[in-house]
Design a protein. Structure first.
Length: 365
């Protein structure tokens, strides 16, 4: 069977995967605003600072500055809510929403003391002369220098996205370890997805603000739940493997010895997963997922999609490759393959997601 493999020959991996909805509602132009912090809402999926500014008429205005990444991602980069205080005067580099009045997408916040807090980790500081607050997430260099790293630890631990220094060549040599890229980035690397007419129509009718479950803190399902820039954890339970996913506090159950007819149980957004071992790879087949989207851009998937995953431990024991082939005759004209990978960071743990919906009815950071 013919299928597409979405890979690039060379890429620079950002600090963490995006794992979030698109930013299409925000204009490309970056502008600066100055104001007083009147509220700090440091929650998932995106933290929000409310700034009071003065317009040209001398009138006060309130602006919500939304962080580019989740509160959990930013905290791992050393940017937590306590970096900001109510009453503090700051300068913000932002992009304005073209759909929601008074909403800005934050790039960086200048704290007024010669330092800045990056709200979009992994990118160059907006003000080159200011020191960056945080940026203390581990790099591959620091991980690989840890003498306790060993392949003997195996699959059952917490796996993380980390910073990489410089470009990384994609691997397609059968070891199962490629590079971590959000789904939408991989899809954007080819000339369109192999979508059926029905899928194209569904995508045309998708309204991110009205339809994306994240705005109401609703859980996401397979396969989108795997598109995360946050840690995941495998737990050995004998006949089952639990896969904890920090984003959305999700837990998948992978059945190693399923009962006859187990796949006939009621469908769910995470679907029914059955796994087996092939050498050092965990192979998982997932069906009966009712989640309606393939990605964060409203690409349709059906309940009949089959997801075949392969989790493979890298030769050094420090990396975990993930590859998934997605087959959906209703919305895909041919199967597609996506790849990501995680790294082991000693001492990392799964944190609570703590998603919250703001008073405006959308999920606040």
């Amino acid at each position: 069977m013919r299928y597409l493999i979405f890979t690039l020959a060379l890429l620079v991996l950002p600090s963490f995967g995006s794992a979030h909805h698109s930013r299409a509602e925000f204009v490309d132009e970056i502008r600066e605003i100055e104001g007083e912090v009147v509220e700090v809402a440091w929650r998932n999926p995106h933290p929000v600072l409310t700034l009071r500014t003065t317009n040209d008429a001398g009138e006060d205005e309130l602006w919500d500055v939304e962080g580019w990444q989740s509160a959990n991602v930013l905290s791992r980069k050393g940017v937590a809510g306590d970096v900001f205080t109510v009453g503090q005067n700051v300068r913000a580099a932002v992009r304005r929403s073209n759909r929601r009045p008074q909403l800005l997408l934050g790039i960086s916040i200048s704290l007024g003391d010669g330092t800045q807090a990056l709200l979009r980790p992994g990118f160059e500081p907006y003000w080159p002369d200011e020191t960056v607050v945080g940026s203390n997430a581990p790099t591959l260099a620091s991980i690989n220098s840890d003498p306790t790293n060993s392949q003997a630890i195996g699959l059952f631990r917490v796996w993380s996205f980390v910073d990489r220094e410089g470009p990384l060549t994609l691997s397609n040599d059968g070891d199962g370890v490629g590079t971590a890229r959000p789904f939408e980035d991989q899809f954007g690397a080819v000339e369109g997805l192999p979508l059926t007419e029905a899928a194209l129509q569904r995508q045309a009718n998708f309204d991110e603000l009205a339809d994306h479950p994240m705005w109401n803190c609703d859980p996401v399902g397979m396969p989108v739940v795997m598109d995360t820039g946050l840690p995941v954890q495998f737990i050995d339970q004998g006949e089952n493997i639990l896969l904890r996913i920090e984003q959305n506090d999700a837990t998948r159950t992978i059945h190693l010895n399923p009962n006859p007819g187990a796949e006939n149980q009621p469908p769910s957004i995470l679907g029914h997963s059955v796994g087996h071992w092939e050498n050092n790879s965990l192979i998982v087949r997932t069906t009966n997922s009712t989640y309606p989207y393939l990605d964060d851009d409203g690409t349709a998937k059906s309940e009949n999609m089959e997801i075949m995953e392969r989790f493979t431990l890298g030769a050094d024991g420090n990396s975990l490759g993930w590859e998934a082939m997605l087959t959906d005759p209703e919305f895909l004209t041919e199967p597609i393959v996506v790849r990501m990978n995680w790294e082991w960071v000693s001492g990392e743990a799964i944190k609570p997601w703590n998603c919250a919906v703001s008073g405006s009815g959308r999920a606040a950071g």
